[in-house]
Design a protein around this ligand. Structure first.
Ligand code: 6PG
Length: 475
């Protein structure tokens, strides 16, 4: 490649980096990729043949391909590898060069890197990229944060390669510093919640109703055409229709029931606890991944405690379709409440971290390309477009009505599950969250009294201002 003509360079040619770079090249951009791994460089050279792509295993040759000032994107594993690549890169860069971290970095790392790099005269953007391999290749949802001036340099490129919904790109500058990676972290937290809820619906239909994989495929396929329409429903339907390449049996039945994780869901829960924002569906999803991992203990207890689920409650058998319809509504309400929780966290974080997030824009760019894209994001977009400063989405009457209309189905599903001994913690907690938020009076007065009783921590009264203490033991 002629020197200094590539619009952008990619470091890290794994699945995400390579596909995103090829996506850019598909749109006519001149690009360059670098990796230490010769196989990955060769894969880029092969897949990029006929396009304006340079594939380099030599860092100096790679840097020499790039237009000045350079724009270099990293798609390497989050954590220490990002710092290692930046450290290696810095001595070879010039002031004003732009580094873009496109991985799932923790927002605290991104905030630190933003400061460190700015102090040395470099531009830095932390960009959440969602959509997996297919998204990277055909159009991801991108969540950039950092200096707006730096974003302007890559805006056209990002808008061109991002997913489109009604011709609008699923990317926009979200805010300063780590705003982009923060939004991506919450995206992943919501992703965990939605996946757990879908998994619970599967358990209810498989263990509770005894449906087979072909029936499950059909139900999820149908649901994906209605109110639940979204990427995770789409792939769920597909999963139930796939035979195993080794045995010819249904692949889903051969997969170990212990979910793994890279930790972004846990980060979301930790951060929500820190900011004191309740996001119980996401917390439950993280907890259930952990619990699923205790497979040996579960196996022991299953045989000791007879884990067979009790039969479906009286009358439910004849009403199988009725229960499936109720489950569709219950799942919708619970999923909506999961987005509500994620958005509540973003609302608080926006002030706490000074991101000044436009939540309408967040909902808008999640409508395409990313893992949590779903039809119901249109409702969130419209709610925040009307009231950008809305403190809590449940205060939007139109949206809350959608939960109210389905709350009886959610109650029915949760009680049916508990009667049968099928664990549905995320469905349950979504209902409890809703019930708690619409309770003007909660039993927290008793907690206040107990704290004051044993520790003289004082309490507030409903009939007078100030703090009070009582001598409980003498009364
Ligand atoms: C995405 C995904 C992706 C994430 C995987 C795995 O938006 O494309 O969120 O970024 O890495 O979903 O996440 P876990 O390993 O934590 O489940």
């Amino acid at each position: 490649m002629t020197t200094k003509i590539a619009e952008i360079g990619m470091i890290g040619l794994g699945v995400m980096g390579r596909n995103l770079l090829l996506n850019m090249a598909d749109h006519g951009f001149v690009v360059a990729g670098y990796d230490r791994d010769a196989d990955k460089v060769a894969a880029l050279a092969t897949e990029g043949s006929g396009k304006k792509v340079a594939a380099e295993q030599n860092i100096s040759a790679f840097l020499n391909c790039l237009k000045l000032p350079r724009a270099i994107m990293l798609l390497v594993p989050a954590g220490a590898p990002v710092d290692a690549v930046i450290a290696e890169l810095l001595p070879q860069l010039d002031t004003g060069d732009l580094i873009i971290d496109g991985g799932n970095s923790h927002f605290i790392d991104t905030a630190r890197r933003t400061q460190e790099l700015a102090a040395q005269g470099f531009e830095f953007l932390g960009v959440g990229v969602s959509g997996g391999e297919e998204g990277a290749r055909r159009g991801p949802s991108m969540m950039p944060g950092g200096s707006k001036k730096a974003y302007a340099r890559v805006q056209r490129l990002f808008e061109t390669v991002a997913a489109k919904v009604a011709d609008e790109p699923c990317v926009t500058w979200l805010g300063p510093g780590a705003a982009g990676h923060y939004v991506k972290m919450v995206h992943n937290g919501i992703e965990y919640g939605l996946m757990q809820l879908i998994a619970e619906s599967y358990d209810l239909m498989k263990r509770g109703l005894g449906l087979n994989n072909a029936q499950l495929h059909e139900i999820y396929r149908k649901w994906n055409q209605g109110i639940l329409s979204g990427f995770l429903l789409e792939i769920t339907a597909d999963i139930f229709a796939q035979p195993d390449e080794r045995t010819g049996r249904d692949r889903i039945d051969l997969i170990l029931d212990a979910a793994r994780q890279k930790g972004t869901g846990m980060w979301t829960s930790q951060e929500a606890m820190q900011l004191q924002v309740p996001i119980p569906v996401i917390d439950m999803a993280v907890m259930m991944r952990d619990l699923s991992g205790d497979k040996a203990e579960r196996d022991l207890l299953a045989s000791a405690l007879d884990s067979s689920s009790r039969p479906a409650p009286e009358g439910a058998e004849g009403d199988q379709q009725d229960l499936i319809d109720a489950l569709e509504n219950a799942l919708f309400a619970a999923m909506l409440l999961t987005y509500v929780q994620g958005m509540a966290l973003l609302h608080k974080a926006s002030t706490e971290h000074g991101y000044d997030l436009q939540l309408a824009e967040v909902a808008k760019i999640w409508r395409g390309g990313c893992i949590i894209r779903a039809a119901l994001l249109d409702d969130l977009w419209s709610a925040y477009s009307k009231q950008p400063q809305l403190a809590h989405l449940l205060l939007d009457r139109r949206l809350t009505q959608k939960v109210l209309d389905r709350q009886q189905d959610l109650r029915r599903v949760v009680s049916s599950a508990t009667e049968q001994g099928i664990p549905v913690p995320a469905l349950m907690t979504s209902l409890a969250y809703f019930d708690a938020y619409r309770s003007a009076r909660l039993p927290a007065n008793l907690i206040q009294a107990q704290r004051d009783y044993f520790g003289a921590h004082t309490y507030e009264r409903i009939d007078a201002t100030g703090t009070f203490h009582s001598e409980w033991q003498r009364s």
